[in-house]
Write a protein that binds this ligand. Structure first.
Ligand code: AOF
Ligand code: ZN
Length: 368
């Protein structure tokens, strides 16, 4: 086995890049399992590909093996993550790889799941399969940013999104819309890629958002709605209340207002009572832990300002999308100013910057 870059040919790089792109495409949609991409090559020709199934199963390797019309003996497999070697909800991929006749396996990084980590190399080499690790490792570490956070900290990977005007306002009574249509597409893409979206009841009552994914054809991937509503203030005329049904809405609350609780429960909303800290605010880490225990691995936070700032201060946000419009908003009595720039610049690195020349709004993606 080698981890040296020069051992890999440009063809190896290309095949693994395809595997990484396959995994990226499914990222966020594989439930509690990581999204894996897999490519099988024989005589320099791709004969099959596979991705982890929606909600996590079948595993990518199994899909690739089963998708192939050709005999796999003597072929090479490129896979973004160490194949599993244990009996979980599905049998070990290593077993299927051995039985398929694949003779060489390339994978980017070890699985950090303790049941799996590092063991596949031995199992496969014992069966005379050549195993190479470390191909496009940097890209794979980036791909598995959320999986690594999930496994290490038992927390969802949190992406926050905020839109500010040129004069740094998040809100002004007169204008509801700050960003343009192409930015909106990216916002909806984020909703597609996250299993849940969280906002405060304050933002909910003021903005009356839909919080769904409106990319054509992807509507069914709309995230679960999580509302932080300490005092059970949710307005019953809002879209979120009206469209609530079993399993699509969770409200975290502290109030014991029984009549409101009954109304919300009747709608099928899941109510979770959560304690407050000495500042009479929710402990957001406890809330994230609870969401993780409910199976949520990727969470999008769309405001408001107080929650987002609180989460930034407590280092609970892993990635931050800042949309800066070229529009200036008029200051009114109730305007809200964006004040998190300092924390972002102090604690985060700029990962990507999309120029306003391309999309009219400036979009900066910060990562911890
Ligand atoms: C793979 N290929 O595509 C994925 C893997 O309960 P199971 O059987 O589904 O196994 C879950 C574990 O398998 C999961 O915790 C992670 O370690 C690994 N995910 N492994 O070989 C895949 N998604
Ligand atoms: Zn597997």
């Amino acid at each position: 086995m080698s981890t040296k870059k020069d051992k890999f040919s440009s063809k190896d790089n290309n095949y693994m890049r395809i595997a990484i792109n396959l995994a990226k495409e499914r990222k966020g949609l594989t439930g509690e399992n990581p999204s894996v991409g897999c490519v099988i090559v024989k005589k320099d020709k791709i004969i099959s590909i596979g991705q982890t199934g929606f909600n996590g199963r079948p595993h990518a390797e199994i899909n690739a093996i089963e998708n192939s019309d050709e005999n796999l003996s003597g072929s090479k497999m490129y896979v973004t993550l160490e194949p599993c070697n244990h009996y979980g909800k599905t049998p070990p991929c290593t077993k299927s790889i051995i039985n398929s006749g694949i003779k060489e396996l390339f994978y980017s990084i070890n699985d950090i799941d303790k049941k799996v980590k590092g063991k596949s190399f031995k199992i496969l080499t014992k069966k005379n399969i050549k195993v190479w690790r470390g191909l496009l490792k940097k890209e794979a570490i980036d791909l598995y940013d959320s999986y690594i956070i999930n496994r290490k900290y038992q927390l969802p990977f949190v992406t926050a999104k905020m839109a500010v005007s040129k004069n740094k306002l998040l809100y002004s009574e007169k204008v509801k819309k700050i960003t343009n249509q192409s930015s909106d597409k990216l916002s909806h893409y984020l909703r597609y890629k996250n299993e849940a979206i969280m906002i405060s009841s304050n933002t909910l009552n003021i903005d009356n958002p839909k919080l769904n994914c409106r990319l054509i054809g992807y509507e069914k991937f709309s995230p679960k709605r999580i509302i932080l509503d300490k005092d059970l203030d949710i307005d019953l005329n809002t879209y979120i209340f009206k469209s609530a049904k079993k399993n699509n809405t969770i409200i975290f609350h502290y109030s014991s207002d029984h009549s409101k609780i009954n109304i919300l429960k009747k709608k099928g909303i899941t109510l979770i009572k959560s304690r407050l800290n000495f500042k009479k605010r929710f402990n957001l880490k406890i809330i994230l832990k609870k969401l993780f225990s409910l199976g949520i691995r990727n969470l999008l936070v769309e405001g408001g300002e107080k929650i987002t700032k609180n989460m930034l201060k407590n280092r609970l946000i892993n990635q931050f999308y800042l949309f800066e419009s070229l529009k200036t908003l008029q200051k009114t009595k109730k305007h809200v100013i964006f004040t998190s720039n300092d924390i972002l610049n102090r604690n985060y690195k700029v990962k990507t910057m999309i120029s306003p020349k391309l999309v009219k709004d400036k979009i900066t993606i910060y990562k911890r």
